[in-house]
Design a protein around this ligand. Structure first.
Ligand SMILES: [Zn+2]
Length: 256
């Protein structure tokens, strides 16, 4: 998601918005309509690109609304046909494609698009930013302690609760807990001070590594998330089960 924030920041700011394409009512969240989002954005410019967790927030000029883009599991951001600032060319900029769920056309001829094959993302205006917890990439030990609280929910479920802690998805949670040597089924509030510091260190490092490597599927545990997968640290056969409603892989030997 940070990649998209950078792309939007470097390529989409300051350009006058001439047209909005919002063909998919399902993709507009919180009661938003195509007419309303068009009226809110036309004639304005994006002035800043921010990210909270998995949500990209674009501020607009003239005291306009904040455009919130949520990419779901398969959504992509394209600006002038590029998916990242380093890409020279990604897709045809000529015509809309079936997976383009939302687009903003700039007066200069370029555009910003959300392409989402699975339609799990969405667009909002003025998303309630306060509902998102602190970002896992920059969280402090104190914030992590508060996020876990005295909860008896599984540790992994709490890490993925976006209202407590923003940005941690299923794969990142498994990776961080594996690195930290913590059982995902532990009660979130049961960590002692040493375990909390260890989780904090590994969580931030995990989020940083996944960002630099290019996504949540780039963790060290990822290649072993399959039948007969073994722990890359100690060779123990990994266990798979559902924790917090999500498929979870962990090492029964060193994750305690
Ligand atoms: Zn292990």
């Amino acid at each position: 998601m940070e990649r998209y924030r950078r792309l939007a920041e470097e390529a989409a700011l300051g350009r006058e918005i001439a047209k909005v394409y919002a063909p998919d009512d399902w993709y507009l969240k919180g009661g938003l309509t195509a007419r309303a989002v068009t009226a809110a954005l036309r004639g304005r410019r994006f002035t800043a690109a921010r990210r909270i967790g998995k949500q990209l927030l674009l501020d607009t000029s003239d005291a306009g609304p904040v455009l919130g883009l949520h990419f779901g599991m398969a959504g992509r951001l394209l600006v002038d046909g590029r998916a990242a600032i380093t890409d020279l060319w990604w897709a045809s900029n000529e015509e809309l494609e079936g997976w383009d769920r939302f687009a903003v056309f700039f007066a200069d001829g370029g555009d910003l698009r959300m392409r989402d094959s699975r339609r799990l993302g969405g667009v909002t205006l003025d998303p309630r930013e306060a509902r998102l917890g602190p970002d896992a990439l920059t969280i402090t030990v104190g914030q992590l302690r508060s996020a876990l609280g005295t909860s008896t929910a599984p540790l992994k479920a709490r890490l993925m609760d976006q209202s407590k802690l923003a940005g941690v998805g299923n794969l990142a949670a498994d990776e961080a807990l594996w690195r930290a040597g913590l059982d995902p089924r532990r009660e979130a509030g049961s960590l002692d001070a040493g375990e909390l510091r260890r989780l904090h260190r590994h969580l931030r490092k995990t989020m940083q590594d996944l960002l630099e490597r290019g996504g949540s599927h780039t963790g060290d545990l990822m290649p072993e998330r399959a039948a007969e997968g073994v722990c890359p640290k100690d060779g123990a056969p990994l266990v798979r089960d559902r924790v917090g409603g999500r498929t979870t892989w962990w090492c029964p030997v060193h994750q305690i």
